[in-house]
Design a protein around this ligand. Structure first.
Ligand SMILES: Nc1ncnc2c1ncn2[C@@H]1O[C@H](COP(=O)(O)OP(=O)(O)OP(=O)(O)O)[C@@H](O)[C@H]1O
Ligand code: SF4
Ligand SMILES: [Mg+2]
Length: 381
């Protein structure tokens, strides 16, 4: 069992372990409901199906981690959620329903007008990118950038008051307020990243979407930033979608984790479940690709092969060419997300119709798998 160190005391909701995994339950308390989302990149040849049938519900104040190998569609999902995608990306199906905190009407971000989206950005929905330089204007002092955002959404705010507020916001992420007069290039990489988090929080959004926000900083700064995100989440109550390829980081940060493979969510569960009892063979491979920090050492196995070309994804289960547990029909039948134990998984091992076994209640497990052909590396782990 993994021991969390960053935020045991920061958790606000120990009830985040139930089965609201596929959006099927009541939407009460939901800030975002994503249903059947599909995004493609239009190319001269076959389109790249970078997100397919992505469905999940994000609750208020919840941190949902999204993990997967490079090219699994994480950034595509983030830009689709925030409607910041640019051609050749096209949302071809699905909805992203945002529920405002004030009880106002829900908004489908996929069909919302540019005007509606502008009104929601920063105040309801904001984004932190991998490189802070992508978010910060290199030729403007930090204070001016914060003031721009603050005054766009509150016309009554004076310039002086906006700069004072900017200094306060920088202080919340551990940066001295007098840095409002600095240009981004005068800060360290970690400070820039924290400044971009403060900017994302400037208008007290309900949802902050973060795409690999700590990848470019060292491990010490990474932990400082994560601790600050958790502290701010506790005081401000925003929900987070946090994307990374680093599953171990999410185990410390997230309430729930969605595992993406080939543009699809293949497993969704609480962070603890994903670590202790991963159901999808890909999730197990990801988990077993890094050493546990505090649990007993175990053999690292990794995942054989490489992620598929999303212009021509494999037939059936997209993971089947790499899956040591595949069995008859995996190369022809595409599994959908089904409840398995306390979470949801898209793998035919957990589909009673495919295995002839009763539904997975979380009690029975791998010992009871059906006969299977050997995987590409010869046998199951
Ligand atoms: N502009 C584009 N045109 C065509 N294909 C693209 C474009 N941008 C991304 N893709 C493809 O979409 C797929 C998903 O890419 P995406 O950037 O979402 O992956 P990712 O999970 O964020 O990867 P990483 O961990 O490397 O950031 C990949 O196959 C990628 O090659
Ligand atoms: S067992 Fe079959 S359905 Fe499950 S991940 Fe492996 S190939 Fe896919
Ligand atoms: Mg990415």
């Amino acid at each position: 069992m993994v021991t969390r160190t960053v935020h045991e005391s920061d958790r606000t909701d120990t009830d985040l372990t139930d089965t609201d995994l596929t959006g099927a339950r009541s939407a009460s308390g939901a800030v975002l409901e994503v249903t059947g989302l599909a995004v493609e990149y239009v190319t001269d040849g076959d389109p790249v199906r970078a997100c397919a049938d992505v469905t999940f519900t994000l609750r208020r104040g919840e941190i949902l981690g999204v993990a997967g190998e490079s090219g699994s569609g994480k950034s595509t999902l983030i830009t689709a959620l925030t409607r910041l995608q640019r051609p050749p990306a096209v949302t071809t199906a699905g909805s992203i329903v945002f529920h405002p905190r004030d009880g106002g009407p829900a908004v489908d971000l996929v069909t919302a007008s540019p005007r509606t989206l502008r009104a929601l950005r920063w105040t309801s929905l904001s984004i932190v990118l991998q490189s802070a330089m992508d978010a910060l204007n290199p030729v403007m002092r930090l204070g001016a950038q914060f003031a721009d955002v603050l005054r766009t959404h509150d016309r009554s705010l004076s310039r002086d008051a906006a700069w004072t507020r900017a200094a306060e916001l920088l202080a919340t992420v551990g940066i001295s307020g007098d840095r409002v007069r600095s240009y981004p290039h005068e800060l360290s990489g970690g400070m820039r990243q924290r400044a971009s988090i403060a900017l994302a929080l400037a208008c007290r959004p309900e949802l902050v979407v973060m795409d690999e926000p700590t990848t470019a900083v060292d491990v010490v700064m990474q932990r400082q930033i994560l601790a600050q995100v958790l502290r701010l989440r506790r005081t401000l109550g925003f929900a987070v979608v946090f994307v990374t390829h680093d599953l171990s980081l999410l185990l410390e940060l997230a309430d729930r984790i969605a595992i993406m493979y080939a543009g699809r969510v293949v497993e969704l569960g609480t962070a603890q479940e994903i670590y202790d009892e991963p159901r999808h063979p890909y999730t197990r491979g990801l988990r077993d690709s890094f050493p546990p920090l505090r649990a007993p050492l175990r053999r690292l196995t990794g995942i054989p092969g490489t992620p598929p070309d999303l212009r021509r994804p494999p037939s059936g289960c997209p993971f089947h060419p790499r899956c040591a547990a595949r069995f008859d029909g995996c190369d022809t039948h595409l599994p959908g997300l089904v409840a398995a134990g306390g979470h949801a998984v898209a793998c035919r091992l957990h589909d009673p119709a495919a295995t002839g076994r009763p539904a997975d209640t979380g009690q029975q497990d791998r010992a009871a798998r059906p006969d299977r052909t050997a995987g590409p590396e010869g046998g199951a782990r």
